[in-house]
Design a protein around this ligand. Structure first.
Ligand SMILES: CC(C)(COP(=O)(O)OP(=O)(O)OC[C@H]1O[C@@H](n2cnc3c(N)ncnc32)[C@H](O)[C@@H]1OP(=O)(O)O)[C@@H](O)C(=O)NCCC(=O)NCCS
Length: 175
């Protein structure tokens, strides 16, 4: 799904999330600090199969786009990222028209590196991206999440049993 965005939004401050004696820093990414994170985010993208991976240039465009919301989570170095953007157009068959036309904020990508998983980082990243979306006036939120994830209150719109050979994913409305 390629998305086009259309609205300016304020930048949020960095915040912290204490876990297992380690203070993780959740930092909002934009054009002014992207270069600091680019290499790490590009490397994290390797978790996705080739056909789903964004190039260095695509990642840059997504993260510095003024209508998108991106966060990077840092320990000693970046260990996770989350990106979200408004849906202006969407050609997914069976997707409710109400999700288009700049009415919906889509959690477009999230990666938490292996040893940092299952600590609530993606949950926190989702909450932060939704908070930013709400500040922009969005009331509906969607995402592709792994089938069976129980930590996310959601309504399944459509299931993709083989999402680019990456496993089974549900396209959901986040509640
Ligand atoms: C999918 C992915 C982002 C999840 O990240 P994560 O940080 O491990 O997610 P969370 O820790 O927030 O939640 C994962 C599980 O940990 C549990 N959890 C949440 N907070 C927790 C905490 N404080 N302590 C222990 N477990 C916790 C959740 O209940 C959830 O369990 P569930 O799988 O039964 O629903 C991560 O596995 C990943 O990067 N995968 C590869 C890329 C990918 O698939 N991205 C998604 C598509 S864009």
């Amino acid at each position: 799904m390629r998305l086009v965005a259309s609205q300016l939004r304020p930048l949020g401050p960095a915040c912290t999330h204490r876990k297992r004696q380690v203070t993780l820093i959740y930092e909002r990414v934009n054009a002014s600090n992207w270069d600091r994170f680019a290499h790490y985010v590009h490397r994290m993208e390797r978790v996705f199969p080739m056909r789903l991976r964004c190039s260095y240039e695509q990642l840059r465009e997504e993260f510095i786009h003024p209508m998108n919301v991106g966060f990077v989570v840092c320990d000693d170095s970046p260990i996770a990222y989350g990106l979200a953007q408004p849906i202006l157009r969407c050609d997914f068959p069976g997707v409710d028209e109400e999700f288009q036309n700049d009415k919906t904020f889509y959690m477009s990508s999230c990666v938490v590196m292996g040893e940092q998983q299952k600590r609530g980082i993606s949950t926190r990243l989702r909450e932060m991206r939704m908070d930013e979306g709400r500040k922009l006036g969005y009331e509906r939120f969607t995402a592709h999440i792994r089938t069976g994830m129980t930590n996310t209150p959601h309504r399944v719109i459509r299931t993709f049993p083989r999402w680019y050979d990456f496993g089974s994913f549900d396209f959901v409305e986040l509640l």
